[in-house]
Design a protein around this ligand. Sequence first.
Ligand code: AMP
Ligand code: ZN
Length: 114
Amino acid sequence: MESCIFCKIVRGEIPCSKVYEDDRVLAFDDIHPMAPVHVIVIPKEHVPTLLDVDAGGTDILASLFGAAQIVAKKKGIDQAGFRTVINCNEEGGQVVFHLHMHILGGKRLADELG
Ligand code: AMP
Ligand code: ZN
């Protein structure tokens, strides 16, 4: 999608600190980290929100979670623990409308979810 900031990152029009990439997903450090490790994982395909993933289209979610495992290991937070978050729509706190998963770790995270 032309104006989407995450699509621009996929196309290389905006730089990112890449953590992992394969043919389906891209993972990069969040520009405003909320924890010592804060990585964003996105599908390369433009999907606006979690609600836009087909009920049968679980491939995209499997790719995101597969990447989360790899990212957690690469960042060395897999054994200590980490959190995955997908914000959806306004009250869910979604600001960028290209589906993405946050991977947070590197400290003991607060109990509340927000
Ligand atoms: P959300 O509130 O779930 O939509 O999260 C969007 C996230 O994208 C925020 O944590 C932002 O800090 C992050 N973000 C926005 N623009 C960039 C960028 N150019 N590079 C890396 N992270 C970004
Ligand atoms: Zn996009």
